[in-house]
Design a binder for this molecule. Structure first.
Ligand code: GLV
Ligand code: MG
Length: 357
């Protein structure tokens, strides 16, 4: 642990000052692309402005033979593209791999001025963040960068989950956490082979009408439960406590847009700010789900207007509203304002809301 006195000191002479607060930049969809895939890379410039984050993936899903091509492809794309309002992130290889050192020592000098966030996979504890933190500071200083590159950790090992608070607290560069359900399932020895999403076997069943053998055997309603609820809830609390942002991760069943939307919405309702997108059709789902609905904003504005100076309580449609529910509404209204600033369609929808008394 660094003392509070040292926490915001740059870790290398000449490195940029760490940020005191992590900006709440819209990041509803983090769209993964393979920079070694020329067809995919050619589509990147046209995607600027249509998605909040474009992420050049160097880790899993990139074949070992393509690791260098992916790294070099990312450098080329970053240099040739004006990203405008869209953030550029990368996912580097894991810290125990033979590629990660070259990932960082190549990317930071070449495109460090364009990279907003480095996603670090398979983070186990604060020591992993400390390693990347110092190395980034050294490379930033050498490259003369003016703003710090932020770190995002993927939560995909049991040890990482157990150490979640210390990971969030490890550096002022920590921007957020994503759930990595595939690696996490394997590391925990969970018995699901799916990439994210639910499982039909993970359920609770309605009580039998009686304890007779016939009633026990009779059909009963079952309710599928969410395998990821515990981990997401832990992630949300750890992130909120440290002023950083939680994200859902990959949803591998690209065809099942309905279950994908449900899973993303659960994460949104629990407090996540965004998710990964593995296919362009998941961008639209994420943008819709991680933006407050027009109905929610209409209600939230009504509560804000009715609550005046924010003290006391009022009744609206038979429901009690007070200081706490006002704060809930302000979370929605502030998010809507941030999103409207970069999304004209959403702005038009929110602007059209008429608040009745
Ligand atoms: C993502 O990297 C995962 O392992 O789910
Ligand atoms: Mg993974």
């Amino acid at each position: 642990m660094r003392t509070s006195k040292d926490f915001f000191r740059p870790l290398a002479v000449g490195a940029p000052e760490p940020l005191r607060e992590i900006p709440a930049r819209p990041s509803r969809a983090i769209h993964f692309f393979d920079p070694s895939n020329e067809k995919m890379a050619a589509k990147i410039p046209a995607m600027v402005g249509t998605v909040d984050v474009l992420l050049g993936n160097l880790e899993d899903a990139i074949k070992a033979d393509n690791k260098v091509a992916a790294r070099e492809g990312l450098v080329r794309i970053a240099r040739e593209t004006d990203f405008g309002p869209t953030q550029l992130w990368t996912r580097i290889n894991s810290l125990d791999s033979p590629w990660v050192l070259d990932d960082l020592t190549t990317l930071v000098p070449a495109i460090g001025d364009k990279l907003d966030v480095v996603m670090v996979p398979k983070v186990q504890g604060a020591e992993d963040i400390a390693y990347v933190d110092r190395l980034l500071a050294q490379l930033e200083a050498k490259a003369g960068l003016q703003r710090p590159i932020l770190i995002h950790a993927i939560l995909e090992t049991a040890r990482g989950v157990a150490n979640i608070e210390e990971i969030c607290a490890a550096s002022p560069r920590m921007q957020g956490l994503s759930l990595g359900p595939a690696d996490l399932a394997a590391d925990r020895r969970m018995k699901t082979t799916r990439v994210g999403g639910g499982h039909p076997g993970y359920l609770v069943r309605q009580d039998p009408a009686s304890s007779s053998a016939d009633d026990i055997a009779a059909p009963r309603t079952t309710y599928q439960q969410d395998l990821w609820h515990y981990t997401i809830a832990r992630m949300v609390d750890a992130c909120a406590m440290h002023g950083i942002y939680p994200y859902y991760g990959p949803f591998g069943d690209i065809a099942d847009v309905v279950a994908c939307e449900d899973q993303f919405r659960n994460a949104f309702l629990l407090g996540c700010v965004g998710t990964w997108s593995l296919h362009p059709k998941q961008i639209a789902i994420a943008n819709r789900v991680f933006s407050p609905s027009v109905e929610d904003i209409k209600h939230a504005r009504r509560v804000v207007a009715a609550m005046g100076d924010g003290t006391g309580a009022v009744m609206l449609d038979g429901k009690m509203e007070d200081d706490a529910s006002l704060k809930q509404c302000l979370v929605m209204v502030e998010l809507a304002e941030r999103l409207a600033a970069i999304d004209p369609e959403l702005k038009a929808a929110y602007d059209a809301i008429e608040v009745d008394a």
